[in-house]
Design a protein around this ligand. Structure first.
Ligand SMILES: O=C(O)[C@H](O)COP(=O)(O)O
Ligand SMILES: [Mn+2]
Ligand SMILES: [Mn+2]
Length: 510
Protein backbone atom coordinates (compact mmCIF):
# COMPACT_ATOMS: atom_id res chain seq x y z
CA UNK A 1 0.00 0.00 0.00
CA UNK A 2 1.52 3.32 -1.03
CA UNK A 3 1.27 6.37 1.18
CA UNK A 4 -2.12 8.00 0.76
CA UNK A 5 -2.05 11.39 -0.92
CA UNK A 6 -5.70 12.05 -0.20
CA UNK A 7 -6.20 14.99 2.10
CA UNK A 8 -8.46 13.80 4.90
CA UNK A 9 -11.10 16.14 6.06
CA UNK A 10 -13.23 16.65 2.96
CA UNK A 11 -16.99 16.30 2.67
CA UNK A 12 -18.15 13.23 0.84
CA UNK A 13 -20.76 10.94 -0.60
CA UNK A 14 -21.18 7.31 0.44
CA UNK A 15 -23.10 5.51 -2.28
CA UNK A 16 -24.35 1.98 -1.66
CA UNK A 17 -25.11 0.19 -4.92
CA UNK A 18 -27.52 -2.41 -3.61
CA UNK A 19 -26.84 -5.92 -4.88
CA UNK A 20 -23.68 -4.89 -6.79
CA UNK A 21 -21.50 -7.98 -6.56
CA UNK A 22 -18.34 -8.99 -8.35
CA UNK A 23 -17.90 -12.24 -10.26
CA UNK A 24 -15.93 -13.26 -13.35
CA UNK A 25 -17.70 -12.86 -16.70
CA UNK A 26 -20.27 -15.61 -17.24
CA UNK A 27 -23.47 -16.11 -19.20
CA UNK A 28 -25.57 -15.32 -16.11
CA UNK A 29 -23.57 -12.24 -14.98
CA UNK A 30 -25.82 -9.21 -15.60
CA UNK A 31 -23.36 -6.75 -14.04
CA UNK A 32 -20.65 -7.78 -16.45
CA UNK A 33 -22.96 -7.86 -19.46
CA UNK A 34 -24.29 -4.35 -18.84
CA UNK A 35 -22.63 -1.39 -20.51
CA UNK A 36 -21.32 0.57 -17.52
CA UNK A 37 -18.63 2.91 -18.83
CA UNK A 38 -18.63 5.16 -15.78
CA UNK A 39 -18.37 2.42 -13.17
CA UNK A 40 -15.67 0.77 -15.29
CA UNK A 41 -13.73 4.00 -15.51
CA UNK A 42 -14.01 4.86 -11.82
CA UNK A 43 -13.04 1.33 -10.80
CA UNK A 44 -10.08 1.28 -13.19
CA UNK A 45 -8.80 4.77 -12.51
CA UNK A 46 -9.25 5.32 -8.78
CA UNK A 47 -8.34 3.29 -5.69
CA UNK A 48 -10.53 0.23 -5.71
CA UNK A 49 -10.73 -3.24 -4.20
CA UNK A 50 -13.21 -5.98 -3.42
CA UNK A 51 -14.92 -6.23 -0.06
CA UNK A 52 -16.24 -9.39 1.57
CA UNK A 53 -19.97 -9.00 2.18
CA UNK A 54 -21.10 -12.50 3.11
CA UNK A 55 -20.41 -15.21 5.67
CA UNK A 56 -18.19 -14.70 8.70
CA UNK A 57 -16.74 -11.40 7.42
CA UNK A 58 -20.03 -9.70 8.23
CA UNK A 59 -21.32 -11.87 11.10
CA UNK A 60 -23.15 -14.61 9.22
CA UNK A 61 -22.57 -18.35 9.26
CA UNK A 62 -19.71 -19.38 6.95
CA UNK A 63 -20.79 -19.55 3.33
CA UNK A 64 -24.06 -17.67 3.90
CA UNK A 65 -25.13 -15.11 1.28
CA UNK A 66 -25.11 -11.49 2.34
CA UNK A 67 -28.29 -9.47 2.70
CA UNK A 68 -29.32 -5.85 2.83
CA UNK A 69 -29.87 -5.75 6.58
CA UNK A 70 -26.55 -7.17 7.71
CA UNK A 71 -24.80 -5.41 4.81
CA UNK A 72 -25.98 -1.96 5.84
CA UNK A 73 -25.59 -2.74 9.54
CA UNK A 74 -21.93 -3.70 9.07
CA UNK A 75 -21.30 -0.76 6.73
CA UNK A 76 -22.55 1.43 9.59
CA UNK A 77 -21.07 -0.46 12.55
CA UNK A 78 -17.53 -0.72 11.22
CA UNK A 79 -17.36 -4.23 12.64
CA UNK A 80 -18.97 -7.58 11.87
CA UNK A 81 -22.16 -8.01 13.91
CA UNK A 82 -23.39 -11.47 14.85
CA UNK A 83 -26.58 -11.54 12.80
CA UNK A 84 -29.83 -13.04 14.05
CA UNK A 85 -29.46 -16.19 11.91
CA UNK A 86 -26.05 -16.88 13.43
CA UNK A 87 -27.27 -16.23 16.98
CA UNK A 88 -30.25 -18.55 16.48
CA UNK A 89 -27.97 -21.29 15.17
CA UNK A 90 -25.64 -20.84 18.15
CA UNK A 91 -28.61 -21.16 20.52
CA UNK A 92 -29.65 -24.34 18.72
CA UNK A 93 -26.15 -25.85 18.73
CA UNK A 94 -25.68 -25.16 22.43
CA UNK A 95 -29.11 -26.58 23.33
CA UNK A 96 -30.14 -23.19 24.78
CA UNK A 97 -33.04 -22.70 22.40
CA UNK A 98 -34.78 -25.92 23.38
CA UNK A 99 -34.37 -25.03 27.05
CA UNK A 100 -35.31 -21.37 26.62
CA UNK A 101 -37.55 -20.56 29.61
CA UNK A 102 -40.05 -18.65 27.44
CA UNK A 103 -40.36 -21.54 25.03
CA UNK A 104 -40.53 -24.17 27.75
CA UNK A 105 -43.21 -22.32 29.65
CA UNK A 106 -45.32 -21.86 26.51
CA UNK A 107 -44.99 -25.51 25.51
CA UNK A 108 -45.71 -26.77 29.03
CA UNK A 109 -48.79 -24.56 29.28
CA UNK A 110 -50.07 -25.90 25.95
CA UNK A 111 -49.50 -29.47 27.10
CA UNK A 112 -51.45 -28.81 30.32
CA UNK A 113 -54.40 -27.06 28.70
CA UNK A 114 -54.46 -29.14 25.53
CA UNK A 115 -53.80 -26.18 23.25
CA UNK A 116 -52.25 -26.43 19.80
CA UNK A 117 -48.92 -24.89 18.83
CA UNK A 118 -48.89 -22.93 15.55
CA UNK A 119 -45.56 -22.39 13.82
CA UNK A 120 -45.49 -19.72 11.11
CA UNK A 121 -42.57 -18.97 8.84
CA UNK A 122 -40.80 -19.10 5.53
CA UNK A 123 -39.98 -22.65 4.44
CA UNK A 124 -36.69 -22.58 2.58
CA UNK A 125 -32.99 -22.52 3.36
CA UNK A 126 -32.41 -19.11 1.73
CA UNK A 127 -30.98 -17.96 5.10
CA UNK A 128 -32.10 -14.40 4.57
CA UNK A 129 -35.42 -14.39 6.37
CA UNK A 130 -35.53 -17.91 7.72
CA UNK A 131 -33.95 -21.32 7.70
CA UNK A 132 -36.30 -24.27 7.57
CA UNK A 133 -33.75 -26.17 9.68
CA UNK A 134 -34.73 -23.99 12.65
CA UNK A 135 -38.22 -25.42 12.40
CA UNK A 136 -37.01 -28.90 13.32
CA UNK A 137 -35.61 -27.61 16.60
CA UNK A 138 -38.98 -26.09 17.50
CA UNK A 139 -40.75 -29.30 16.48
CA UNK A 140 -38.36 -31.36 18.61
CA UNK A 141 -38.96 -29.06 21.58
CA UNK A 142 -42.74 -29.37 21.15
CA UNK A 143 -42.46 -33.17 20.95
CA UNK A 144 -40.28 -33.31 24.06
CA UNK A 145 -42.81 -31.22 26.01
CA UNK A 146 -45.72 -33.29 24.70
CA UNK A 147 -47.68 -30.51 23.07
CA UNK A 148 -50.75 -32.33 21.78
CA UNK A 149 -51.04 -30.75 18.30
CA UNK A 150 -48.55 -28.79 16.22
CA UNK A 151 -49.62 -27.01 13.03
CA UNK A 152 -47.13 -25.60 10.56
CA UNK A 153 -48.32 -22.64 8.49
CA UNK A 154 -45.86 -22.80 5.62
CA UNK A 155 -44.84 -19.72 3.63
CA UNK A 156 -43.29 -20.58 0.25
CA UNK A 157 -40.24 -18.71 -1.00
CA UNK A 158 -39.01 -18.62 -4.62
CA UNK A 159 -37.10 -15.37 -3.98
CA UNK A 160 -34.19 -16.16 -1.67
CA UNK A 161 -33.97 -19.56 -3.38
CA UNK A 162 -34.64 -20.52 -6.99
CA UNK A 163 -38.27 -20.33 -8.03
CA UNK A 164 -40.01 -23.68 -8.52
CA UNK A 165 -38.43 -25.24 -5.43
CA UNK A 166 -41.36 -24.83 -3.02
CA UNK A 167 -42.50 -28.44 -3.37
CA UNK A 168 -39.04 -29.70 -2.43
CA UNK A 169 -38.99 -27.58 0.72
CA UNK A 170 -42.55 -28.53 1.66
CA UNK A 171 -41.57 -32.19 1.36
CA UNK A 172 -38.61 -31.42 3.60
CA UNK A 173 -40.95 -29.85 6.17
CA UNK A 174 -43.07 -33.00 6.21
CA UNK A 175 -39.93 -35.09 6.68
CA UNK A 176 -38.72 -32.85 9.51
CA UNK A 177 -42.09 -33.25 11.23
CA UNK A 178 -41.97 -37.02 10.81
CA UNK A 179 -38.44 -37.12 12.23
CA UNK A 180 -39.49 -34.97 15.22
CA UNK A 181 -42.57 -37.10 15.77
CA UNK A 182 -44.96 -34.14 15.73
CA UNK A 183 -46.33 -31.47 13.41
CA UNK A 184 -48.31 -31.30 10.19
CA UNK A 185 -48.70 -28.64 7.54
CA UNK A 186 -52.01 -26.84 8.04
CA UNK A 187 -51.81 -24.38 5.19
CA UNK A 188 -49.53 -23.01 2.50
CA UNK A 189 -49.19 -19.44 1.19
CA UNK A 190 -46.66 -17.57 -0.93
CA UNK A 191 -44.41 -14.91 0.61
CA UNK A 192 -45.83 -12.33 -1.81
CA UNK A 193 -48.94 -12.37 0.38
CA UNK A 194 -47.55 -13.30 3.78
CA UNK A 195 -44.39 -11.20 3.68
CA UNK A 196 -45.55 -7.98 2.07
CA UNK A 197 -43.77 -5.07 3.74
CA UNK A 198 -45.21 -2.22 1.71
CA UNK A 199 -48.44 -1.88 3.66
CA UNK A 200 -50.64 -3.78 1.20
CA UNK A 201 -52.97 -5.04 3.90
CA UNK A 202 -55.27 -6.80 1.45
CA UNK A 203 -52.38 -9.17 0.71
CA UNK A 204 -51.49 -9.53 4.39
CA UNK A 205 -55.10 -10.24 5.32
CA UNK A 206 -55.18 -13.25 3.00
CA UNK A 207 -52.43 -14.69 5.18
CA UNK A 208 -54.16 -13.59 8.39
CA UNK A 209 -57.33 -15.45 7.43
CA UNK A 210 -55.44 -18.52 6.30
CA UNK A 211 -53.45 -18.84 9.52
CA UNK A 212 -56.06 -17.66 12.01
CA UNK A 213 -59.25 -18.96 10.41
CA UNK A 214 -58.15 -21.72 8.01
CA UNK A 215 -59.65 -19.82 5.08
CA UNK A 216 -58.22 -20.59 1.66
CA UNK A 217 -58.50 -22.82 -1.37
CA UNK A 218 -58.69 -26.49 -0.40
CA UNK A 219 -55.78 -28.68 -1.50
CA UNK A 220 -55.11 -32.36 -0.96
CA UNK A 221 -51.41 -31.88 -0.25
CA UNK A 222 -48.95 -29.05 0.27
CA UNK A 223 -47.21 -29.98 -2.97
CA UNK A 224 -50.51 -29.73 -4.84
CA UNK A 225 -51.08 -26.25 -3.39
CA UNK A 226 -47.64 -25.06 -4.49
CA UNK A 227 -47.99 -26.65 -7.89
CA UNK A 228 -51.28 -24.82 -8.53
CA UNK A 229 -49.60 -21.39 -8.56
CA UNK A 230 -49.26 -19.89 -12.02
CA UNK A 231 -47.20 -16.97 -10.64
CA UNK A 232 -44.40 -18.99 -9.06
CA UNK A 233 -43.58 -19.90 -5.48
CA UNK A 234 -43.84 -16.31 -4.22
CA UNK A 235 -47.51 -16.23 -5.12
CA UNK A 236 -48.89 -19.58 -4.02
CA UNK A 237 -52.52 -18.79 -3.19
CA UNK A 238 -53.65 -19.28 0.41
CA UNK A 239 -54.41 -22.99 0.62
CA UNK A 240 -55.77 -25.15 3.44
CA UNK A 241 -54.96 -28.82 3.47
CA UNK A 242 -57.87 -31.25 3.52
CA UNK A 243 -56.21 -33.46 6.12
CA UNK A 244 -55.67 -30.55 8.55
CA UNK A 245 -59.13 -30.14 10.10
CA UNK A 246 -59.29 -27.83 13.09
CA UNK A 247 -56.08 -26.04 12.19
CA UNK A 248 -57.54 -22.59 12.82
CA UNK A 249 -56.11 -20.77 15.82
CA UNK A 250 -58.28 -21.32 18.89
CA UNK A 251 -58.43 -19.38 22.14
CA UNK A 252 -55.62 -20.68 24.36
CA UNK A 253 -53.39 -21.89 21.53
CA UNK A 254 -49.75 -20.85 21.18
CA UNK A 255 -47.99 -19.20 18.24
CA UNK A 256 -44.29 -19.13 17.40
CA UNK A 257 -42.93 -17.17 14.42
CA UNK A 258 -39.83 -18.80 13.03
CA UNK A 259 -38.51 -16.16 10.60
CA UNK A 260 -35.42 -14.66 12.20
CA UNK A 261 -35.57 -11.47 10.11
CA UNK A 262 -38.27 -9.02 11.04
CA UNK A 263 -38.81 -6.67 8.11
CA UNK A 264 -41.06 -8.83 5.98
CA UNK A 265 -42.91 -10.72 8.70
CA UNK A 266 -43.71 -7.89 11.11
CA UNK A 267 -46.67 -6.56 9.12
CA UNK A 268 -48.33 -9.99 9.20
CA UNK A 269 -47.43 -10.56 12.85
CA UNK A 270 -49.06 -7.31 13.93
CA UNK A 271 -52.10 -7.79 11.74
CA UNK A 272 -52.64 -11.38 12.87
CA UNK A 273 -52.33 -10.51 16.55
CA UNK A 274 -54.81 -7.66 16.11
CA UNK A 275 -57.23 -10.03 14.38
CA UNK A 276 -56.92 -12.61 17.16
CA UNK A 277 -57.54 -9.94 19.79
CA UNK A 278 -60.54 -8.61 17.85
CA UNK A 279 -62.01 -12.11 17.70
CA UNK A 280 -61.52 -12.73 21.43
CA UNK A 281 -58.76 -15.28 21.10
CA UNK A 282 -55.98 -15.10 23.66
CA UNK A 283 -52.89 -16.67 22.15
CA UNK A 284 -49.42 -16.69 23.74
CA UNK A 285 -46.94 -15.61 21.07
CA UNK A 286 -43.17 -15.82 20.72
CA UNK A 287 -40.76 -15.03 17.90
CA UNK A 288 -37.48 -16.77 17.16
CA UNK A 289 -35.57 -13.47 16.99
CA UNK A 290 -36.57 -9.92 17.92
CA UNK A 291 -39.17 -8.26 15.70
CA UNK A 292 -39.86 -4.58 15.09
CA UNK A 293 -43.57 -5.07 15.60
CA UNK A 294 -45.99 -2.64 17.21
CA UNK A 295 -46.94 -5.51 19.51
CA UNK A 296 -44.37 -6.55 22.06
CA UNK A 297 -43.63 -10.13 21.03
CA UNK A 298 -41.13 -11.81 23.39
CA UNK A 299 -38.16 -13.17 21.42
CA UNK A 300 -36.30 -16.42 22.01
CA UNK A 301 -32.98 -14.94 20.86
CA UNK A 302 -31.95 -11.33 21.52
CA UNK A 303 -30.21 -9.06 19.02
CA UNK A 304 -26.52 -8.25 19.15
CA UNK A 305 -25.54 -4.79 20.35
CA UNK A 306 -24.82 -2.62 17.31
CA UNK A 307 -24.03 0.67 19.03
CA UNK A 308 -20.86 2.71 18.56
CA UNK A 309 -21.12 2.80 14.77
CA UNK A 310 -20.97 5.55 12.19
CA UNK A 311 -24.16 7.30 13.33
CA UNK A 312 -22.93 7.55 16.92
CA UNK A 313 -19.53 8.85 15.76
CA UNK A 314 -21.09 11.38 13.37
CA UNK A 315 -23.47 12.55 16.09
CA UNK A 316 -20.66 12.96 18.62
CA UNK A 317 -18.59 14.93 16.09
CA UNK A 318 -21.54 17.04 14.95
CA UNK A 319 -21.17 15.84 11.36
CA UNK A 320 -24.30 16.57 9.33
CA UNK A 321 -25.50 13.80 7.04
CA UNK A 322 -28.37 13.46 4.58
CA UNK A 323 -29.71 9.93 3.98
CA UNK A 324 -31.45 9.24 0.68
CA UNK A 325 -33.11 6.13 -0.77
CA UNK A 326 -36.21 4.85 -2.50
CA UNK A 327 -38.92 3.45 -0.23
CA UNK A 328 -37.64 -0.10 -0.83
CA UNK A 329 -34.30 0.70 0.80
CA UNK A 330 -35.13 3.70 2.99
CA UNK A 331 -34.72 1.86 6.30
CA UNK A 332 -31.37 0.58 5.11
CA UNK A 333 -29.71 4.01 4.97
CA UNK A 334 -31.41 5.13 8.18
CA UNK A 335 -32.45 2.44 10.66
CA UNK A 336 -30.11 -0.41 9.63
CA UNK A 337 -27.02 1.65 8.89
CA UNK A 338 -27.59 3.26 12.31
CA UNK A 339 -27.47 -0.17 13.96
CA UNK A 340 -31.24 -0.86 14.09
CA UNK A 341 -31.52 2.29 16.13
CA UNK A 342 -34.47 4.58 15.45
CA UNK A 343 -33.28 7.44 17.67
CA UNK A 344 -33.97 10.76 15.95
CA UNK A 345 -30.66 12.58 15.49
CA UNK A 346 -30.59 16.31 14.91
CA UNK A 347 -27.52 16.01 12.65
CA UNK A 348 -29.40 13.74 10.22
CA UNK A 349 -31.88 14.46 7.45
CA UNK A 350 -33.81 11.62 5.85
CA UNK A 351 -35.14 11.76 2.29
CA UNK A 352 -37.49 8.96 1.21
CA UNK A 353 -38.20 8.83 -2.51
CA UNK A 354 -41.49 7.31 -3.63
CA UNK A 355 -42.93 6.84 -7.08
CA UNK A 356 -46.39 6.57 -8.58
CA UNK A 357 -48.50 3.41 -8.42
CA UNK A 358 -47.57 -0.21 -7.80
CA UNK A 359 -44.01 -0.85 -8.92
CA UNK A 360 -43.45 -3.19 -11.86
CA UNK A 361 -39.70 -3.59 -11.65
CA UNK A 362 -39.31 -5.60 -14.84
CA UNK A 363 -41.11 -2.97 -16.87
CA UNK A 364 -39.46 -0.03 -15.07
CA UNK A 365 -35.90 -1.06 -14.22
CA UNK A 366 -35.08 2.64 -13.85
CA UNK A 367 -37.44 2.71 -10.83
CA UNK A 368 -37.27 6.22 -9.32
CA UNK A 369 -33.54 6.54 -9.73
CA UNK A 370 -33.75 9.98 -11.34
CA UNK A 371 -35.42 11.40 -8.24
CA UNK A 372 -32.90 9.67 -5.97
CA UNK A 373 -30.08 11.14 -8.03
CA UNK A 374 -31.68 14.61 -8.01
CA UNK A 375 -31.89 14.42 -4.22
CA UNK A 376 -28.23 13.39 -3.97
CA UNK A 377 -27.24 16.32 -6.18
CA UNK A 378 -29.33 18.73 -4.10
CA UNK A 379 -27.72 17.53 -0.89
CA UNK A 380 -24.22 17.54 -2.39
CA UNK A 381 -24.67 21.17 -3.42
CA UNK A 382 -25.28 22.25 0.20
CA UNK A 383 -21.99 23.24 1.86
CA UNK A 384 -23.37 22.59 5.36
CA UNK A 385 -23.90 18.91 4.49
CA UNK A 386 -20.74 16.99 5.37
CA UNK A 387 -21.85 13.57 4.25
CA UNK A 388 -24.48 12.28 1.83
CA UNK A 389 -25.40 8.62 2.25
CA UNK A 390 -27.55 7.18 -0.53
CA UNK A 391 -28.67 3.77 -1.68
CA UNK A 392 -29.23 3.08 -5.38
CA UNK A 393 -31.69 0.19 -5.21
CA UNK A 394 -32.08 -0.86 -8.85
CA UNK A 395 -29.45 -3.57 -9.24
CA UNK A 396 -30.84 -5.50 -6.26
CA UNK A 397 -34.53 -4.79 -6.57
CA UNK A 398 -34.70 -5.51 -10.29
CA UNK A 399 -32.28 -8.40 -9.80
CA UNK A 400 -34.84 -10.00 -7.48
CA UNK A 401 -37.23 -10.39 -10.41
CA UNK A 402 -34.79 -12.97 -11.78
CA UNK A 403 -35.20 -11.26 -15.17
CA UNK A 404 -31.75 -11.07 -16.74
CA UNK A 405 -32.53 -8.48 -19.43
CA UNK A 406 -34.27 -6.12 -16.98
CA UNK A 407 -31.38 -6.49 -14.54
CA UNK A 408 -28.85 -5.57 -17.25
CA UNK A 409 -30.92 -2.41 -17.82
CA UNK A 410 -30.97 -1.72 -14.07
CA UNK A 411 -27.16 -1.81 -14.04
CA UNK A 412 -27.05 0.59 -16.99
CA UNK A 413 -29.46 3.05 -15.33
CA UNK A 414 -27.31 2.85 -12.22
CA UNK A 415 -24.23 3.69 -14.26
CA UNK A 416 -25.92 6.78 -15.66
CA UNK A 417 -26.88 7.89 -12.15
CA UNK A 418 -23.32 7.35 -10.90
CA UNK A 419 -22.10 9.54 -13.79
CA UNK A 420 -24.24 12.44 -12.57
CA UNK A 421 -23.26 11.89 -8.95
CA UNK A 422 -19.53 11.63 -9.70
CA UNK A 423 -19.70 14.92 -11.61
CA UNK A 424 -21.54 16.57 -8.72
CA UNK A 425 -18.99 15.18 -6.26
CA UNK A 426 -16.14 16.67 -8.27
CA UNK A 427 -17.90 20.02 -8.56
CA UNK A 428 -18.60 20.22 -4.84
CA UNK A 429 -15.12 19.07 -3.76
CA UNK A 430 -16.41 15.81 -2.31
CA UNK A 431 -14.91 12.38 -2.24
CA UNK A 432 -17.15 9.56 -3.44
CA UNK A 433 -17.09 6.07 -1.96
CA UNK A 434 -18.99 3.43 -3.95
CA UNK A 435 -19.67 0.00 -2.46
CA UNK A 436 -22.11 -2.88 -2.85
CA UNK A 437 -23.88 -4.28 0.23
CA UNK A 438 -23.96 -7.90 -1.08
CA UNK A 439 -23.95 -9.65 -4.42
CA UNK A 440 -27.06 -10.28 -6.49
CA UNK A 441 -27.06 -9.31 -10.18
CA UNK A 442 -23.65 -10.79 -10.99
CA UNK A 443 -25.25 -14.25 -10.76
CA UNK A 444 -28.72 -14.72 -12.20
CA UNK A 445 -29.03 -18.52 -12.17
CA UNK A 446 -28.83 -21.10 -9.45
CA UNK A 447 -28.80 -24.85 -9.19
CA UNK A 448 -32.08 -26.03 -7.65
CA UNK A 449 -32.17 -28.93 -5.15
CA UNK A 450 -33.15 -31.24 -8.04
CA UNK A 451 -29.93 -30.34 -9.85
CA UNK A 452 -31.40 -28.16 -12.60
CA UNK A 453 -30.16 -24.62 -13.26
CA UNK A 454 -32.92 -22.05 -12.83
CA UNK A 455 -33.30 -18.29 -13.09
CA UNK A 456 -32.35 -16.82 -9.71
CA UNK A 457 -33.01 -13.36 -8.38
CA UNK A 458 -31.51 -13.87 -4.94
CA UNK A 459 -28.25 -12.88 -3.28
CA UNK A 460 -24.78 -14.40 -3.55
CA UNK A 461 -21.61 -14.94 -1.53
CA UNK A 462 -19.49 -12.93 -3.97
CA UNK A 463 -17.44 -9.95 -2.79
CA UNK A 464 -18.59 -6.46 -3.71
CA UNK A 465 -16.62 -3.75 -5.50
CA UNK A 466 -15.41 -0.84 -3.36
CA UNK A 467 -14.10 2.31 -5.04
CA UNK A 468 -12.86 5.55 -3.52
CA UNK A 469 -12.85 8.57 -5.81
CA UNK A 470 -10.86 11.02 -3.70
CA UNK A 471 -11.79 14.68 -3.50
CA UNK A 472 -8.36 15.30 -4.94
CA UNK A 473 -8.83 13.75 -8.38
CA UNK A 474 -5.13 13.16 -8.95
CA UNK A 475 -4.78 10.93 -5.89
CA UNK A 476 -3.03 7.65 -6.62
CA UNK A 477 -3.34 5.74 -3.34
CA UNK A 478 -3.91 2.02 -3.66
CA UNK A 479 -6.25 0.05 -1.45
CA UNK A 480 -5.48 -3.30 0.18
CA UNK A 481 -6.22 -6.19 -2.17
CA UNK A 482 -9.12 -7.32 -0.07
CA UNK A 483 -11.41 -5.46 2.32
CA UNK A 484 -14.69 -6.13 4.12
CA UNK A 485 -17.83 -4.09 4.65
CA UNK A 486 -16.54 -3.42 8.18
CA UNK A 487 -13.85 -1.18 6.65
CA UNK A 488 -16.37 1.23 5.14
CA UNK A 489 -17.24 3.27 8.26
CA UNK A 490 -13.59 3.70 9.35
CA UNK A 491 -12.73 4.78 5.81
CA UNK A 492 -15.63 7.24 5.68
CA UNK A 493 -14.59 8.72 9.04
CA UNK A 494 -10.97 8.95 7.86
CA UNK A 495 -11.97 10.75 4.66
CA UNK A 496 -14.06 13.16 6.74
CA UNK A 497 -11.00 13.81 8.90
CA UNK A 498 -12.00 11.71 11.93
CA UNK A 499 -10.61 8.64 13.64
CA UNK A 500 -12.45 5.30 13.49
CA UNK A 501 -14.81 4.77 16.43
CA UNK A 502 -13.40 2.79 19.35
CA UNK A 503 -16.01 0.05 18.82
CA UNK A 504 -14.93 -0.42 15.19
CA UNK A 505 -12.63 -3.28 14.21
CA UNK A 506 -12.52 -2.39 10.51
CA UNK A 507 -9.69 -0.18 9.26
CA UNK A 508 -9.48 2.94 7.12
CA UNK A 509 -8.52 1.67 3.68
CA UNK A 510 -6.57 4.82 2.82
O1 LIG B 1 -36.72 -9.34 1.40
C1 LIG B 1 -36.26 -9.43 0.25
O2 LIG B 1 -36.64 -8.72 -0.67
C2 LIG B 1 -35.22 -10.46 -0.02
O3 LIG B 1 -35.61 -11.66 0.57
C3 LIG B 1 -33.90 -10.05 0.54
O4 LIG B 1 -33.47 -8.87 -0.01
P1 LIG B 1 -32.75 -7.73 0.82
O5 LIG B 1 -31.84 -8.38 1.84
O6 LIG B 1 -31.95 -7.02 -0.25
O7 LIG B 1 -33.80 -6.88 1.44
MN1 LIG C 1 -29.14 -5.06 -0.44
MN1 LIG D 1 -32.04 -8.01 -2.05
Amino acid sequence: MTAPDTTPGDPGILLVLDGWGHAPPAADNAVDAASTPVLDELTGRYPSTQADASGEAVGLLPGTVGNSEIGHMVIGAGRPLPYDSLLVQQHIDSGELRENPRLVSLLDALAVRGGALHLVGLCSDGQIHANVGHLSELLAAAAARRVPRVWIHAITDGRDVADGTAETYLTQVTELAAAAGTGAIAGVIGRGYAMDKAGNLDLTDRAVHLVADAEGTEANTAAEAADASDRGDEWVDPSVLRDAPGARIADGDGLVWFNFRSDRIQQLADRLLEHLAATARTVDTLSLAQYDTRADIPALVQRADASGGLADELTAAGVRSVRIAEAEKFEHVTYYINGRDSTARSVEEHVRITGPGAPDYKARPEMNLDQVTDAVLDAAARPEVDLVIANLANIDVVGHTGDYAATVKACEHTDAAVARIATAAAESGRWLLLVGDHGNAEKMTKQAPDGTSRPYGGHTTHPVPLVVVPANKEATATLPQRATLADVAPTVLHLLGHKPGSAMTGRPLL
